[in-house]
Write a protein that binds this ligand. Sequence first.
Ligand code: NAD
Length: 390
Amino acid sequence: MINGERLIERPLRWGMVGGGRTGQVGYKHRTGALRDGTYKLICGAFDLDAARGRDFGVKLGVEANRCYADYKELIAGETAREDGVEVVSIATPNFTHYEITKACLEAGLHVICEKPLFFTVEECDEVAKLAEEKGLIVGVTYGFTGHPLVHQMAAMVKKGMLGDIRIVDMQYTHGFNAGDDVGAGEALKWRTNPKTAGPTFVLGDIGTHLYYLSEVVLPHLKIERLLCDRKAFIPTRAPLEDHATVLMHYDNGARGRLWVSSVNAGNMGSQRYRFVGSKASIEWSDAHPDQLIYEVQGEPNRILHHGMPYLEEESLAVDRMGALHTEGLGDSWSNIYLWIAQAIDAKNRDDEAFLKTHHYPGIKAGTEGVRWLENCVRSADAGSAWVDFK
Ligand code: NAD
């Protein structure tokens, strides 16, 4: 169980690029990072609007002279100080991730970056090499995979409690973009423009969460081929999609089905996973993160509750609130940030043995997300054809 005790020797000196006052995801980063004494927010280039960013940073408790106009100033200002920043989170639109990550790594700073990590696998490989050469960590904020019951699912699969995996069924949909984009805010504008979003809209925006979580639960399954059908129901969003379905064939013969959509009108957000094995199935949804449905063929269905002693050790180890109380998205993000902090701390100490077995979403997880997107786009562009996964 996690109780807030600091699990690394000292707090990491932390800064943010993006995630300003109007940003959607910035507070999730701060909620995650500032929970367990593992990070101290000392600087930021929080906003495209420098004055607003400075005002915001000061209200977060950052010294005014360490609220910078942009990431270049931040790197220059902080690397000139003895007590300068050592890890930077990037919570900006997709098209900026590659450039800012590279600049931070080149300056000797660890990075925690938003997903989808970059636009291409080639960029990911280049940055992975740079991080390796510099001895630095790149974490990726797949924020839903810190939930304790996600790790319960992984442990149950690993122990063979489901039998052989046959079906993977995943959905992440909402209806917030069901209308047209007239008067759309900045966050939707950049998401629907290939220059700023990259090669996908909802596949990258929400589909990568599904894909990574399935990798956490089913690390032994690899996709052999997939078929992606994508469509822009609001035509101005084309060539990017606001709706997609992906069929996947796994190397053990399992079949996968994934649905992502931001035009699921009336839906406030459904993120749902069902993993079906030869003996039993499990089903989990982020709307009810404290409960896991466990169905064994021929037996009464069960609902497993987070924090209960009957759960697997892997789940109990990352529980924060205990079974009497609810856990939520903030708790999940705190786990993600904690695991990345432990990775950074181990890297700083050259503790490669710890890193070998330590689980956290890193550059490989970010790269695999981008690889999955590349395959989806290749299939869709070929007229929704089956393509070998590469
Ligand atoms: P947003 O448009 O709501 O906010 C972007 C923020 O970054 C704003 O504060 C903006 O002023 C600032 N900004 C933009 N360019 C900048 C730059 N060059 N330098 C400094 N600041 C800059 O976007 P968002 O929805 O918060 O998304 C940001 C990133 O987070 C995207 O990559 C998105 O895919 C990702 N995201 C991830 C999750 C998750 O659950 N992990 C959730 C939402 C968004």
